[in-house]
Design a protein around this ligand. Structure first.
Ligand code: GTP
Ligand code: MG
Ligand code: ZN
Length: 339
């Protein structure tokens, strides 16, 4: 396989620092990286400079290698799939880079949840990648057409595919989304069947899979790191661990709720939040039944959450800037011999 098969485009060469060799990060385990170069797979580590930079390389990154095994440059990311780092830190966690399309996999068992799909839609839009919804385990659902229609309502314009990774139903439609040189990323909860789908597309069981728990249908967090796989027939597919907590780092609810944005044009106030304002066309539509009241409820909830995320992000950025200046001032004092 050539680098081109891994998604390399000749225009990337201009972005590479002189003397560095191009490579793509296939997977990452702490500070160990598996990368692919023109001459094959190699393990590499990140240079100290990059490790202390705000962002370490992640799966999907195009990087510049120095002396065969040191990553010395991350090429500008065309897209970045991010969330807020779980836990307390106010930090962005970039999950993957240069993903062209996010395939959100949801199981048509107890995993199926429209509100979760709304969150994924916002995260995918913010990443810059396209979105497709894959309703897996169609073999387990009594009314697949209804589930597809409901999912279409969440993401108008995005492909919605009902498939069964187990029986093979619908896999050709998934293959159509994987074009040569294009990078797709699987995302979804643990147990949705991401790795089963990947194995099916490759035709070999490369990834471990495990049955969901009998009691509550939850997955067992079988996949533990992100890894990029070439798919026979073309295209690259990133398998990811199941996401427990999809907290926003940034994003916009307005784009994800097109029908509400459309109705809002008729609200009396241009900055109407559709909560208690008089003359609100959105509230009117929800009470008349032309707008699904659950959509309005999620719109309000997600807008609040995104506004909160933005405030937190600004505070974190301001603190980082302050720390940076403090260390610059300290260095200047030392330099002037004041300290
Ligand atoms: N009935 C049915 N079961 C499926 C289907 N696809 C996957 N499964 C089963 O669902 C279970 C979980 O599948 P995995 O592929 O391990 O799920 P995952 O999304 O990779 O989970 P994590 O790696 O934990 O994030 C396995 O027992 C699969 O056999 C399907 O289409 N139908
Ligand atoms: Mg898995
Ligand atoms: Zn309104």
């Amino acid at each position: 396989m050539s680098l081109r098969d891994w998604g390399w485009q000749s225009s990337f060469a201009e972005l590479l620092l002189p003397g560095l060799e191009p490579a793509r990060v296939v997977s990452q385990e702490r500070d160990h990286y598996l990368v692919i170069t023109a001459s094959g797979e190699r393990s590499a580590e990140s240079s100290g400079r990059l490790l202390y930079a705000a962002e370490p390389p992640v799966a999907g990154d195009w990087v510049g290698l120095r002396s065969q095994m040191v990553i010395d440059q991350i090429l500008p990311r065309r897209t970045r799939l991010s969330r807020r780092q779980p836990g307390k830190r106010e930090e962005e966690q970039v999950l993957a880079a240069n993903v062209d399309i996010v395939l959100v996999v949801t199981g048509l068992d107890h995993d199926f949840n429209l509100r979760r799909l709304e969150r994924y839609r916002i995260v995918a839009a913010e990443s810059g990648a396209d979105l497709a919804l894959i309703l897996n385990k169609a073999d387990l659902h009594p009314d697949v057409a209804a589930a597809v229609a409901a999912a279409r309502g969440i993401a108008p314009g995005a492909p919605v595919l009902a498939i069964s990774a187990q029986t093979g139903q619908g896999l050709d439609a998934v293959r159509d989304l994987l074009q040569p040189g294009r990078t797709a990323a699987l995302a979804g909860s643990s147990g949705a069947g991401k790795s089963t789908l990947l194995n099916r597309l490759i035709g070999v069981d490369l990834q471990e899979t495990n049955p969901v728990r009998a009691g509550d249908n939850r997955g067992r967090h079988t996949t533990t790191r992100r890894q990029l796989f070439p798919i026979p027939g073309g295209g690259l597919l990133l398998d990811q661990p199941g996401i427990r907590e999809l907290q926003f780092w940034g994003g916009d609810a307005g784009d994800a709720f097109g029908e509400i944005a459309e109705l809002a044009k008729a609200c009396r106030y241009a900055d109407c939040r559709h909560s208690t304002e008089p003359g609100c066309a959105v509230i009117a539509a929800a009470s008349e039944g032309t707008l699904d009241p659950q959509r309005l409820e999620s719109y309000r909830k997600l807008s609040r959450e995104l506004a909160f995320a933005e405030r937190r992000t600004n505070v974190a950025a301001a603190q980082a800037e302050k720390r940076r200046w403090k260390s610059i001032h300290r260095a200047m004092k030392r330099w002037r011999g004041e300290n």
